[in-house]
Structure formats: C-alpha cells, structure tokens
Ligand binder design. Sequence first.
Ligand SMILES: Cc1cc2nc3c(=O)[nH]c(=O)nc-3n(C[C@H](O)[C@H](O)[C@H](O)COP(=O)(O)OP(=O)(O)OC[C@H]3O[C@@H](n4cnc5c(N)ncnc54)[C@H](O)[C@@H]3O)c2cc1C
Length: 289
Amino acid sequence: MFHVRVIGLKRLSPSFLRLTFGGEALRDFANNGFDQRIKMIFPAPESGYKYLEEGERWYSALRQLPKEHRPTVRTYTVREVRPEVAELDVDMVIHQADPDHTGPALEWALNVQLDDELVVLGPNAQYAGKHGGIDFQAPLGSEILIGGDETALPAISAICDRLPSETTGRVIVEVPDSLDVCDLNTPAGVEVTWLPRNGHPRGSTFVGSFCSAADKLNISSVHDSVDDIDIDRELLWELPESESTNPGYIWLAAEAGVVKSVRKVLRSERGLDRNALALMGYWKEGRAI
Ligand SMILES: Cc1cc2nc3c(=O)[nH]c(=O)nc-3n(C[C@H](O)[C@H](O)[C@H](O)COP(=O)(O)OP(=O)(O)OC[C@H]3O[C@@H](n4cnc5c(N)ncnc54)[C@H](O)[C@@H]3O)c2cc1C
C-alpha cells in the first residue's frame, strides 16, 4: 500500500480529471506500463484510514468493518508513474450525467482538494516476484485491435505508449464527448478511430465498428462452446487460457453490457479463438462492481 497525497488536479476534458499523487513511497512504485491496474482505497466516511489493515489479509479485514469505518475500494489504471520524482498520475472519469448513479469514487473526485490523502494498492518495484495486474499480453509481432470506452482510455493510452514501433493495427475508443478526444502515442502503423457518443446510447456505433475491425484480423475460428455470462451476477473478464498462435490479437475493456455484445458476435457467432482475445467488463451500468 502506498500512502500518497494529491499534489495536482487537472481537468483534461469534460469527462476526465487527472489526479497527480505525490509521496516518498512512490519511489518504489513499479513502472510497468500497459494496462497496469491498481486499487484506489478511499477513506471511510467517519474514520478515514484508522481501521485499514495492511498485509496479506487486508481485504478480508476491511470487509468485516462496519460501513462507517470501512474504506471503499475501486479499480483504476496507472496513467503514468514517475518514481524518480515520486509522482503517480491517474485519470478519473467524471461520470456525472446521471445523478442517481454516482458512486463513492466519483463523490471523492468531485470533492477532492490538493493535499488530500489517499491509499493506493499497486506494484512494488522492490518485490522480485510477478506483479500482476497487466492483461495486455499481445504476442510479439501480432496485428492488434484495441478498443474501449472512457474508463479504458487511461489503459489504452498507456498501452499505446509502450507498443513496439513496428506494431500495426487499430485502436477504437468511445468517449462521452467530442471534446474528450485526445492524442494517442501510437506507432505509424496503428490507425486510431474516435467514436464520441455526444448523447447517443453507449455502444451504439462502437459494437458494430469494433466487430467489423475484428473481422479484418487474422484470428482462427475454432467454434468451441461459449458459456453465457450473467453480467448482473458475475464479472465479465475473459482472458486467453494459453499462448496464441494467431497473427491477430484483440484487447477490449468497457462497460460490461457493451463487452457482452461484442463477445456474442466474436465468440458465439464468429467462433474466434479465445486465446487471441482479452475481453474485460471494467464496470457495470446501474450497479457498483
Ligand atoms: C481494471 C480496471 C481499470 C479501470 N481504470 C479506470 C480508470 O483509469 N479511470 C476510470 O475513471 N475508471 C476506471 N475503471 C472503472 C472504475 O473502476 C469504475 O467506473 C468504478 O465503478 C467507479 O466507481 P464509483 O465509486 O464512482 O462508482 P460505483 O460505486 O462503482 O457505481 C455507482 C454507480 O455509478 C455507475 N458508474 C460507475 N462507473 C461509471 C462510469 N464510468 N460512467 C457512468 N456510470 C458509472 C455504476 O453503474 C453505478 O450505477 C477501471 C475499472 C477496471 C476494472
């Protein structure tokens, strides 16, 4: 766990707030890049971090705390870390379109001030074992298709920063507003398509565009059996089970219902080999994950 303080706040666009955290501990934060996920642990309403336990059993201990003393845990992505100056950037979506559906992370972000404290669970460079939390695992030399909504944009940006310069393929991103479109640091052979919703329903053009782009990749159809996933009860998080020999690779992270629609086409209808696909529901419309 890294105990940090907010040292920078920057509204990047209508939907994004960049939080920069500082703290000496960040000198040990591992700079792994790609879609490195972290847990942001928000202070409990009445007692902040007083009852937060550290160590291996931290999560089960946290779950046993009464609500007013229980910090809230949500998953985010490292947009950039600069261990040499002990700084960490996280880009948070300000999803305030629906006032009935705010959550603790959003509430915190709407009220955040410089010098506020936060606890981040992330990879420690001093730890020699596997750090985990990176799901972009494109085999070297594969043609890629990367896609997602606004919650995946920080991960997509960080993945693009690390793509080898000879990479070819496409990136398709759905964002709430045209003003959320930003520069991605992609290799010359990677084409970027932005799909701003501008008030249209989530996924309405994204699903078709993403599936057509997938059709152009060289991924074999194996037509194995595909289980139905009840996204109201389970997480949609489907990663390759073994190394892929396909020339194409797909990474998708978005709202679970949108990912489910894409999965239906790519896996159930086209029968694509799951070992070339990473399909992740980053959040679920209408409920806290
Ligand atoms: C691996 C991973 C990486 C992620 N990285 C990022 C990141 O870098 N930046 C980022 O902003 N998010 C990221 N997310 C998504 C983020 O964890 C969720 O949006 C989270 O639910 C927000 O928590 P909350 O407390 O605001 O809302 P919750 O308490 O989880 O949910 C409350 C309500 O808000 C709704 N809601 C939640 N998120 C959104 C949204 N984005 N738009 C509209 N309604 C929403 C829910 O459907 C629910 O009705 C990531 C998720 C995963 C799994």
